[in-house]
Structures are given as C-alpha cells and as structure tokens.
Ligand binder design. Structure first.
Ligand code: ADP
Ligand code: S3P
Ligand code: MG
Length: 260
C-alpha cells in the first residue's frame, strides 16, 4: 500500500469516528429533552447555548482550523434543534391573533430556537403577487386575498415543522381555519388593547388600524374578531407583560401537554 492509499484509509476511519460521535451526540440530545420533560423543566434554555458557545470558543482559540470547525458546529447545533423540534411536534405551528399580538416576533424566535422554517403569510403572498397587501386589497378585493391565503394554507400542509405566521385577518374566514387545522396546532396569541396599542403605535404598516389607532378603536375591532379567533384556536396564550422567551416556553409546554 502506498502512502496515498494509507492516508485515504485513515481519512475513512476519521469519518467513521465522526459518524459515531454524531450518533452518540444526537442520542444525548434526545436524552436531555426527555429529562427536561420528565422533570417539568424549561425546554428552552438559551443561556445553555451561550455557555456551549463560549466553551467552544475557548477550546478552539488557537486552533488552525477554527473557522472551519465553527462552521461544522453551527450545523451540528442547527440539526440538534431540528431533532428537538421533531421530537416535540411533527407538524406545523400556526400562529394567529390580532395585529401586534406578536405573531411575527414569536415565529422568529421559534425559528431561532428550533431551526424551524418560517412562513410569514402576508410577506410570501406580497412577494408572489409582486404587490403590497393594501394594493392587492385595492386592486382585486378581499375575497381574492383570502383565496390566496386559503391556497397557501393548503400548500403548507405538505410541510412539517414550519411556523406559519398568519396575517391578522386569516382566521376570520372559516375555510382558512379548516385548512389551518390540517397543518397542525393553531396557537392564538392575545394581548390587551393597551398592550397592542403600545406595540403598534409607532408603525405605519397596518392599514386596518388606520383611523382607529387608539385603545378604544383597537378594543372594538378586537371584540368583533374575538369569537372567530377563539373558535380557531387549539391553544390560547396571553402575551401581556411576558418576554418572548416566556411566551415561547409556554407554547412548547402547552404543546407537550396536548400530546400527552
Ligand atoms: N412579548 C412581547 N414583549 C414586548 N414587545 C413585543 C412582544 N411581542 C411583540 N412585541 C413587539 O410588538 C410589535 C408587534 O409585534 P409583531 O410580532 O410584529 O406582531 P404581529 O405580527 O402579531 O402583528 C413589535 O415591535 C414587537 O417587537
Ligand atoms: O389583522 C388584519 O386584518 C391584518 C393584519 C396584518 O398582519 P399582522 O397581524 O402581522 O400585523 C396584515 O395582514 C394586514 O394589515 C391585515
Ligand atoms: Mg406580523
């Protein structure tokens, strides 16, 4: 055997070791999940992720392949998160609720914590139509827009482990709710009119609130919609005075309870 063949054999042995280590690592990730569930501990522990990162940085400080190894670990972490998400739920999470309830914010955080794909329905529809949502309403009317929402909700049913952040009005159409339910769990985020007002008062991208961007106007529209939102929801989470982490943790725990 010449040197080249020998090196190639050594490389193959290295790959085997990496595979074994990854299998072992993934099994440990599953054990950690099971432990947290059994002892009712928080599933989301971002401080632990930060600790792990620091440990890795220290260990790789003088390593010649530092950047390349970091790159691999970023992927390992991403895949660990996917494994955790799959273990928790094997379907999509559909977020509904009033403007400013936090659908976009919570979707982004869930996506970070569980490496989930996010579909921001309004954004995707606007991209596909090459038109803003207010322009779609003005040009083709609300029915047309709701049909696009329905179509997208049907399309998403072939996905798994995706967070679907619905436009605030999506749950108002019964057919949309039917299609949401086929995607997975529907989570309603709520907040008081005062909280909503505080969250939306400085933004101009919610045409529905034009002319009623005050606590009274928000409260009235919220009352009009309440029944439909509640009828659509599998889980309701109030978000007043809660951090994004607290809300996501509550969401995960409620999903665990539902699956039991
Ligand atoms: N739990 C929260 N605590 C504080 N601010 C929040 C919270 N959730 C959302 N926000 C803020 O409120 C605003 C509206 O949130 P967003 O996620 O866009 O709502 P939605 O998508 O439901 O309309 C954003 O500026 C966001 O940063
Ligand atoms: O509640 C609504 O009717 C709407 C909510 C908006 O989304 P957000 O809830 O993300 O603000 C957007 O779809 C559109 O302005 C209409
Ligand atoms: Mg939004």
């Amino acid at each position: 055997m010449n040197d080249l063949e020998m090196y190639r054999e050594q490389l193959a042995l290295c790959d085997d070791k990496i595979i074994d280590a990854l299998v072992e690592r993934n099994a440990i990730v599953e054990k950690i999940m099971a432990y947290k569930e059994e002892y009712g501990m928080p599933i989301l522990q971002p401080q632990q992720e930060a600790k792990q990162k620091m440990r890795l940085e220290e260990k790789l400080e003088d390593n010649k392949y530092k950047e390349e190894i970091y790159d691999v670990f970023r992927r390992i972490l991403r895949n660990s998160k996917k494994i955790q998400a799959r273990k928790l739920f094997d379907y999509n999470i559909v977020l509904i609720g009033f403007m400013g309830a936090g659908k976009t914010t919570i979707s982004d955080y869930l996506s970070t914590m569980f490496a989930m794909k996010v579909v921001e329905m309004d954004q995707l529809i606007a991209e596909r139509e090459e038109m803003s949502i207010p322009d779609i309403f003005a040009t083709y009317g609300e029915e047309y827009f709701r049909d696009l929402e329905t179509g997208l909700l049907v399309e998403m049913q072939s996905n798994k482990n995706t967070v679907i952040s619905c436009g605030g009005g999506a749950a108002l159409r019964e057919r949309n709710v039917e299609e949401m339910k086929k995607n997975g769990r529907v989570v309603l985020l709520t907040a008081s009119p005062q909280t909503i007002y505080e969250r939306v008062k400085d933004s101009d991208d919610r045409p529905v609130l034009n002319g009623r961007k005050n606590v009274k106007g928000i409260s009235e529209l919220m009352e009009q919609r309440r029944e439909k939102y509640e009828a659509a929801a599998d889980i309701v989470i109030n978000t007043d005075n809660k951090t994004v982490l607290q809300i996501c943790e509550e969401l995960v725990q409620r999903i665990i309870e539902m699956e039991e």
